[in-house]
Write a protein that binds this ligand. Structure first.
Ligand SMILES: NC(=O)c1ccc[n+]([C@@H]2O[C@H](COP(=O)([O-])OP(=O)(O)OC[C@H]3O[C@@H](n4cnc5c(N)ncnc54)[C@H](OP(=O)(O)O)[C@@H]3O)[C@@H](O)[C@H]2O)c1
Length: 312
């Protein structure tokens, strides 16, 4: 009999790549999601139910009989009902429901270097990792660096600025490095970790580690942009990002994100597990990347329900 797994967010970004990998390996896949539009290639292939954290019982019943839960749930910003403290509570509800449902193993997508920053995004990720480690379940924590791929947000939006503005402000010298990992590499690492037995915490990082300014130059070349790259004081670049963000109705780069970028938190200290090279992937996106602005916030915001209760 085929193994059945549950993926949170299989119609959204990382979750859809995990679901594709599981289906290709012959698993049956269920998804918890509030996204009603499945990617075309996944339509009709997955059973789905709402990711309703206010109904832990339904979450539990939906997961019953499944082997592994792949959890991609997280939020992108620290506002209102979206605040990270709520995301931690919701995730705890999900973990408790998974345990009650008899899920054998939980693969949780976290972030690289969560304990190296005091900023709320990282601190709440670190807190949730600790919760999972003491939840009494078999687990794998997968910590991606910067995830890119078809349909990503950050790389796309750098390309969008480069396509649409005459200048691109690099905060500081731009010498700080990052280690992009392709979303399908993250999925592959997660599924491999799901099939294992040991409790583990591993990074998901790609094979190349460009500096920020090198990364922007690569994207500039890929999209044929003539935008001038200006190295400016971080405060000036952040003010520029705020101004562009005002028109895009989004936060392009916050002070906290820049601090974490400059501290090279998007670089792994482990040998890379990802194999897809950013420099080889990028030229193939020439005609699509950055044509439109991608907003992680508006992608999910309308579906946020206030948290009514938590099981833990
Ligand atoms: N993207 C990166 O560069 C990056 C880097 C490091 C770590 N990560 C981690 O990787 C995981 C997956 O990230 P992703 O970018 O692939 O996320 P995503 O697909 O956009 O969203 C993942 C899941 O979270 C849900 N979600 C997101 N925002 C929500 C909101 N405001 N309210 C309610 N539900 C919301 C989605 O709901 P629906 O199913 O309803 O869409 C989906 O189930 C996250 O834990 C993230 O922190 C990402």
């Amino acid at each position: 009999m085929a193994t059945t797994d549950v993926v949170t967010g299989a119609f959204s970004y990382t979750g859809s790549f995990i679901a594709r990998r599981l289906l290709a390996a012959g698993h049956e896949v269920r998804t918890l999601t509030n996204n009603s539009s499945a990617p075309r290639d996944l339509a009709g292939k997955l059973v789905s139910a709402p990711l309703d954290f206010n109904d832990a019982d339904s979450l539990m019943r939906f997961m019953r009989g499944a082997d592994t839960l792949y959890n991609t749930y997280w939020i992108h910003s620290n506002y209102g009902a979206d605040a990270f403290v709520g995301a931690v509570l919701r995730s705890k509800t999900l973990f408790a429901a998974a345990r009650e449902a008899g899920i054998r193993r939980l693969v949780h997508i976290s972030i690289a270097n969560p304990t190296a920053s005091r900023h709320p995004y990282y601190a709440s990720k670190a807190e949730l990792e600790e919760t999972l480690r003491s939840a009494g379940m078999s687990y794998a924590i997968v910590r991606p660096t910067l995830v890119y791929g078809e349909g990503d947000v950050l790389i796309n939006n750098i390309a969008w600025v480069l396509r649409h503005f005459p200048a691109f402000a690099i905060p500081g010298e731009g010498a700080y490095r990052l280690q992009p990992v392709h979303v399908d590499d993250v999925a592959s690492i997660a599924v491999t970790a799901g099939l294992a037995e040991d409790n583990t915490t591993i990074d998901a990082a790609g094979p190349e580690i460009p500096s920020f300014v090198e990364l922007v130059r690569m994207i500039r070349q890929a999209v044929g942009s003539r935008s001038v790259l200006l190295k400016t004081a971080p405060a000036v670049a952040l003010a520029g990002a705020r101004a562009v963000g005002f028109f895009a109705k989004d936060a392009l780069l916050t002070r906290e994100q820049f601090d974490d970028l400059r501290a090279e938190l998007l670089v792994s200290k482990e040998p890379p597990r990802g194999t897809i090279r950013f420099s080889e992937w990028l030229p193939r996106q020439q005609t699509v990347i950055g044509l439109r602005y991608a907003s992680a916030r508006t992608r999910h915001q309308p579906r946020v329900a206030p948290l009514q209760r938590s099981n833990t």
